[in-house]
Design a protein around this ligand. Structure first.
Ligand SMILES: *Cc1c(COP(=O)(O)O)cnc(C)c1O
Length: 401
């Protein structure tokens, strides 16, 4: 059968020693709740917010319980109410349409291109159908943000960015999350920093962020934040905005702060792995690794490739052949949702017309995680296995009719 890979696609690196030490300090003093501070103490959560705001250049930052919570909180903070429509990507993961449904709003899906970014033509055609776009930088692919913002600004559509896969990434030098009114990040185990669960929300907009802080469950303790708008921004809102608790705690924040300091280095290591696999997959007949524009400063914690215009049987055979050799591929075009993949048709709470161009892309779209526990040799081996399987499946057997 040839070479086999035996590593785990779901094993992240252990947390850095500095995170372990910081966690131990919090466990020893016991003040895990973000507003439980000793005299003169600044909570880890408040420090994390301050540091993430500084890192991204945002005026304000709020740490919350999950990336999904950050999305829902941002939608509410931007004034989305039940029954509203919200534009979002057809190619994304379930927490995105789920966050829209969670506030009682209705997703309107926008197609994907074969570069795996939101289809700006389809978006332009649908901009009159909603006041808000929840833009997902799905799998780290960033669209032409200059053009997207021009389109949305001209139509008066507010942009919220889902940066679950783009922490540390930028378009034309401007970090993701800094283009729209709010940017939402996840610190869940499979993202670019790991606190098990967690989320971060950034914005320059004082009113939206004051709403988000109150929504997250700040009670009247918002004065203890260090990356929040000034007290005046809360003066009226504190009576009007409901508390929908979703705070981050000091243990998670303590674990995250050292990881943020290492993010640039880790991003480089992810991209080394991505390039190794992409290099190994170059020129495989029938397989396309989407080209990435120079303006996109990506952080590739996963890789995607396309088998354009292949039958379901062929794509399924590639997935099965790779699995038999230890290489786990996710197939976004599979008819039934499996693991974390899901076709937009499986979100039946938000029925949509089919998007034929998107269906064509998703039908041949395969996806693979690149945890940092993989060595560069592992990446080269994985690419050789994919190359061998794809070649075997897509090359008609000699002598076949
Ligand atoms: C993980 C993820 C989220 C939500 O993050 P959680 O922290 O798991 O709630 C949102 N969008 C995308 C694209 C994701 O992959």
């Amino acid at each position: 059968m040839g070479e086999v890979f035996t590593g785990s696609f779901t094993q992240q690196e252990p947390l850095p020693e500095a995170s372990i030490a910081a966690a131990e300090a919090v466990l020893r003093h016991g003040r895990l709740h973000r507003y439980n501070t000793a005299e003169g103490e600044i909570a880890e959560t408040a420090l994390l917010e301050e540091e993430f705001a500084a890192r991204t250049g945002a005026a304000f930052c709020l740490a919350v319980a999950s990336g999904g919570y950050a999305l829902g909180c941002a939608l509410r903070a931007c004034g989305v109410t039940p029954g509203d429509t919200v534009l979002t990507n057809a190619f994304t993961l379930a927490p995105v349409p789920g966050a829209i449904a969670g506030v009682g709003a209705v997703p309107v899906l926008v197609g994907v291109t074969d570069a795996l970014v939101i289809d700006l033509e389809d978006l332009a055609a649908k901009l009159d159908r909603a006041r808000v776009l929840l833009l997902s930088h799905m799998r780290g692919h960033i669209c032409d943000m200059d053009r997207l913002m021009d389109l949305c600004d001209a139509a008066g559509v507010t942009v919220i960015e889902d940066c679950a896969h783009t922490m540390g990434a930028a378009w034309n030098g401007r970090p993701t999350g800094r283009w729209g009114l709010m940017g939402c990040f996840s610190t869940q185990t499979y993202k670019h920093v790991n606190s098990g669960e967690g989320g971060l929300l950034i914005s320059d907009d004082a009113e939206a962020m004051a709403r988000a802080v109150l929504l997250s469950g700040s009670y009247m303790l918002y004065g203890r934040h260090r990356a929040a708008p000034p007290p005046e921004a809360f003066a009226e809102l504190r009576y009007a905005v409901p508390n929908i608790s979703g705070r981050m705690d000091n243990l998670r924040a303590a674990i995250l702060r050292p990881q943020l300091r290492a993010l640039t280095r880790q991003a480089g290591r992810w991209n080394d792995r991505y390039r190794k696999v992409a290099e190994g997959l170059a020129d495989v007949p029938g397989l396309v690794v989407p080209a990435r524009p120079a303006a996109e400063q990506f952080v590739a914690s996963s890789i995607q490739f396309l088998l354009p215009d292949r039958s379901e049987t062929e794509v399924a055979a590639v997935v099965a052949g790779c699995a038999a050799r230890g290489v786990e591929l996710k197939w976004f075009g599979a008819a039934e949702p499996v693991g974390f993949t899901s076709d937009y048709g499986s979100w039946r709470y938000a029925p949509q017309d089919r998007l034929p161009a998107t269906d064509r892309v998703l039908a041949g779209l395969l996806d693979m995680r690149l945890p940092l526990t993989f060595s560069l040799d592992d990446c080269a081996l994985i690419a050789r296995i994919i190359r061998a399987v794809v070649t075997e499946v897509l090359t008609p057997a000699r002598g076949a009719a």
